[in-house]
Design a protein around this ligand. Structure first.
Ligand SMILES: O=C(O)CCC(=O)C(=O)O
Ligand SMILES: [Fe+2]
Length: 241
């Protein structure tokens, strides 16, 4: 039987650049430690400059060189959010672990002073056990968007032997472009009260955003990109079953 044709998957071949593999090593050598900040308590946490600009550019170059991104069609169905962008999915346990170790050390970092906000973030993430190894790469070009939707919680394997599993509770988005690199393209969170208030987050380059998903997910969308290119690396934070 011929091998199954995979859709925009490049599991075996893609190799993350050294700057990514050495994230934690480089953090230990650096004076600069990116700081988590709460935008909505128990719902949205951001970390500015989570990835340095050079790493973002290195990642984008390597994605462009090594991956085939598939343009998703607009799905006109009640079941699916209407999404239109270029995407690719990789299952990579080792890279998910590298990214988790780095993210975890920033979320749970020691502070010299007492801070309720930081303590709340620690409460939310101290029990987490890893990242979903399904890493998704999105490229939104001009006209691309992702209509309002909720992200689901899923059960995912945490090692390649399948002996450890986790349940995802937070979405992780890392914006590899930001600031002036694209117009439009904010991640918009809508108020649950049915009100008109919404929060439009235009990311800084390299920013990470965590938002709670599953039953507690806020309705959110990716605003249409008007110009430039928005690149995102996505995973999910998993907890013991
Ligand atoms: O690209 C964005 O700004 C949002 C992406 C998103 O909502 C998702 O991956 O579920
Ligand atoms: Fe989403």
């Amino acid at each position: 039987m011929p091998p199954k044709k995979s859709r925009a998957r490049s599991d075996a071949v893609y190799k993350f650049p050294d700057g990514f593999i050495n994230l934690s090593v480089n953090l230990n050598k650096s004076f600069f430690k990116p700081q988590p900040e709460t935008l909505i308590e128990d719902q949205i946490v951001v970390i500015e400059k989570f990835f340095a600009s050079d790493l973002c550019n290195e990642l984008i170059r390597s994605f462009e060189k090594q991956l085939t991104l598939e343009t998703t069609p607009i799905i006109k169905s009640k079941e699916y959010a209407v999404r239109f962008n270029d995407r690719c999915s990789l299952t990579d346990f080792k890279s998910a672990e590298i990214l988790w170790n780095y993210l975890r050390s920033l979320l749970l970092q020691q502070t010299e002073y007492e801070d309720e906000e930081i303590d709340k973030i620690k409460d939310n993430f101290s029990a987490a056990c890893g990242l979903n190894p399904q890493l998704r790469i999105y490229r939104y070009r001009s006209g691309h968007h992702f209509n309002p939707h909720y992200d689901e919680s899923v059960v995912c394997p945490l090692n390649d032997k399948g002996t450890s599993k986790g349940k995802t509770k937070w979405t992780l988005l890392i914006y590899l472009t930001g600031d002036e690199e694209f117009k439009g393209g904010g991640t918009i969170f809508h108020s649950e009260m049915g009100g008109t208030e919404s929060l439009n987050i235009h990311p800084g380059k390299g920013m990470a955003l965590l938002h709670k998903h599953g039953d507690d997910c806020l309705l959110h969308e990716a605003e249409l990109v008007k110009s430039g290119v928005k690149w995102v690396l996505r995973s999910d934070v998993a907890y013991p079953l």
